[in-house]
Design a protein around this ligand. Structure first.
Ligand SMILES: [Zn+2]
Length: 104
């Protein structure tokens, strides 16, 4: 797993190089959103915006990210619906790992 913070160029390069990889966006201290590396959210960040203003945690191993993002007080609060299927059983499982599941 590799971490990018305030490193937009490096992050975009990683996503291009490992388009079959995945990343977590850190929304707050303990909350994360899961994306696939080729998600338009990673590249849509037009000039002037900064994708790594929110730290990114990247890996080719989705399970590694899911496990990491669901452990030690962290929680995956959202699976991106643009690049992943949030209804995929292994992903709904990740959401259920939340200590206090919130029904939406
Ligand atoms: Zn996405």
């Amino acid at each position: 797993m590799i971490n990018f913070q305030e490193q937009d160029g490096e992050f975009r390069k990683w996503c291009e190089q490992y388009s079959n990889g995945f990343y977590l966006t850190q929304k707050s201290h303990s909350k994360f959103v899961l994306h696939k590396a080729d998600c338009h959210h990673a590249g849509s960040l037009s000039i002037g915006s900064s994708p790594t203003k929110h730290a990114k945690y990247c890996s080719l191993d989705r399970e590694e990210l899911v496990r990491w993002g669901s452990s030690e007080g962290r929680e995956i609060v959202k699976i991106c619906g643009s690049c992943l299927n949030p209804r995929e059983p292994s992903l709904t499982f990740a959401l259920q790992l939340r200590p206090n599941p919130v029904r939406e």
